[in-house]
Design a protein around this ligand. Structure first.
Ligand code: COA
Length: 213
């Protein structure tokens, strides 16, 4: 039983509502503290964030030397357990893992407990929304050849490009080499292994078009 449901049980809805609103004020303060800490971490790690991001929780950001992470204006990122009722399993994680890797995130993008991990290139357009616990990767992470499973140099990678105003449903996985066109929607729990054009709803494993917008 949570703190609020206890108040609710013994004092009733009006008082519980007042408590909830006051706690929301405190969490707004917490949000600004997290944002400032994130800006400092990004600065120290050579990550370029435009403007003032809104951070619920502190994301894990790691930039490999000689790689680039660039984040646009009005970035919103959820990384704490209580930050999104869709269920946050992990802190958001934005990492480059190789020399020359690039992550570029456009303006006005919102993400929740996302993992974006680049060996090659991951580009995300403006106004895109990425639901809780989505994984975006441009690599297989291990070679497919059974004799070289631990040889990172032989691992296949291919750039990922997600367009403008895309909406990716919770717990989806976006695999290497995929392009998702502007305005498209990816259904919850999809595994996207092939390109998805603009203005469609696509879902499933493998992710296929189910509707046109
Ligand atoms: C993809 C989605 C947007 C489609 O919604 P919709 O347009 O109302 O689609 P419908 O419910 O009419 O479904 C159309 C068909 O697609 C299938 N479908 C819908 N969502 C699917 C999914 N996530 N995976 C696989 N198939 C799916 C339905 O079963 C249905 O199949 P049928 O035509 O054989 O009966 C919605 O199902 C969804 O996944 N929303 C994501 C919500 C989310 O993750 N939000 C993030 C919050 S952080």
């Amino acid at each position: 039983m949570t703190f609020f449901s206890l108040i609710n049980k013994f004092i009733g809805d009006p008082i519980a509502y007042v408590f909830l609103k006051s706690f929301r004020c405190l969490s707004v303060l917490k949000k600004y503290i997290h944002s400032i800490i994130t800006i400092c971490i990004a600065y120290i790690k050579g990550v370029h964030i435009n403007g003032f991001p809104i951070c619920w929780g502190i994301p894990y950001i790691s930039r490999f030397p000689y790689s680039k992470i660039e984040i646009g204006k009005r970035f919103k990122i959820n990384s704490s357990f209580e930050s999104n009722n869709i269920g946050v399993f992990t802190r958001s994680r934005i990492t480059t893992n190789e020399k020359g890797a690039i992550i570029r995130i456009g303006d006005n993008v919102g993400v929740s407990s996302v993992t974006i991990s680049a060996f090659n290139k991951i580009i995300i357009g403006d106004d895109t929304l990425i639901g809780g616990n989505v994984l975006i990767t441009d690599s297989d992470w291990h070679p497919l050849d059974p004799n070289h499973r631990f040889d990172n140099l032989k691992t296949k990678t291919a750039p990922v490009e997600i367009g403008n105003n895309v909406f990716i449903g919770t717990r989806s996985i976006i695999l290497k080499g995929v392009r998702i066109g502007d305005n498209s929607v990816i259904g919850a729990g999809s595994v996207v292994s092939k390109d998805i054009p603009t203005n469609v709803i696509a879902a499933g494993n493998p992710c296929v078009i189910i509707k046109h917008l």
